[in-house]
Design a protein around this ligand. Structure first.
Ligand SMILES: [Mg+2]
Length: 293
């Protein structure tokens, strides 16, 4: 059977943009687990936010945080410790980006012309973070625990934002538009982090695995472009991003988690069809398996 690894954005993709719930995606996550297909979150969220989310979703493998500036790999799950990784708790960490302190210092260096056009998530009170995101207090605290990227609420115009991205790029840093926030990175990125982790997974657990990437926003473009199959999940909040040079692209009709289920199912059935396997994910199959088993 073809090895498959799914790399997925969370907010607006696997999780609903407003409620942060997986809704219909929960059932598909169980089907994927049954079939041994790992689902790797690749998100702008922090490690502190991801630990309870992974537990809730039943995801026990690696995850990529802060827009691909760090990859966390659980110990004792069949992967050897990759060279050059740090350790914290029961995870190894591969860092791809410079520290948040470096980034915020560089942004402060841009001076007063820019300082009043954004507000760092990490400088907001918990109440402000909750008001902007809808997260509760402990979730808001976890969202502020950023180490390798800076997350900004943009207060200026769209034209200002383009100029800001240009100015930041001259500092060898990158501005990415997420579903709610602007993210600033100094090294790394979702596509680069995914490519690194996919190399590790292929070398040790899933030889020649086919990669599927799913995302809903501009900050998912490098992720979508790094995968064998790309799923763009439609968003209720903004236009779908337009990945370039993708071998196989599926754009969902449904929005959010329903679009994730629609697209992941269609792509895996497509992979199964090409490799001569049955439709392992269809409800029909499970109905049949339940009857015959
Ligand atoms: Mg998203």
């Amino acid at each position: 059977m073809t090895n498959i690894v799914v790399y997925t954005d969370l907010d607006g993709t696997l999780l609903d943009h407003e409620s942060y719930e997986p809704g219909p995606a929960r059932e598909l996550l169980m089907l994927l687990a049954d079939r041994g297909i790992p689902v790797v979150p690749c998100t702008s969220k922090t490690r502190a936010e991801m630990l309870p989310i992974c537990e809730d979703l039943g995801l026990t493998g690696p995850f990529i945080v802060e827009n691909g500036t760090a990859v966390w790999i659980p110990e004792g799950r069949g992967l050897p410790r990759p060279p050059g990784t740090g350790a914290d708790g029961d995870h190894w960490c591969h860092v791809l980006g410079k520290s948040r302190g470096y980034i915020s210092g560089a942004l402060a260096g841009l001076g007063g012309e820019w300082a009043n056009r954004f507000h760092s998530l990490c400088d907001m009170s918990l109440r402000q973070v909750s008001a902007v995101t809808g997260l509760n207090e402990s979730q808001a605290r976890a969202a502020r625990a950023r180490h390798h990227s800076e997350t900004l609420l943009w207060l200026g115009s769209a034209a200002d934002r383009s100029e800001f991205a240009r100015v930041v790029s001259e500092l060898d840093m990158e501005v990415l538009q997420g579903g709610r926030f602007l993210h600033v990175l100094a090294g790394g990125g979702k596509g680069e982090a995914m490519a690194w982790l996919h190399g590790i997974l292929c070398a040790h657990m899933f030889p020649d695995a086919t990669s599927i990437a799913a995302g809903d926003a501009e900050n998912d473009l490098t992720l979508l472009e790094a995968a064998d199959h790309a799923l763009v999940v439609r968003s209720p909040a903004h236009e779908p991003p337009q990945p370039g040079g993708v071998a196989k692209l599926y754009i969902s009709a449904a929005k959010g988690p329903a679009g994730w289920v629609e697209g992941i199912t269609a792509i895996i059935e497509d992979i199964d069809r090409e490799s001569g396997h049955g439709r392992f994910l269809s409800k029909r199959y499970h109905h049949y398996a339940a009857q015959s088993g």
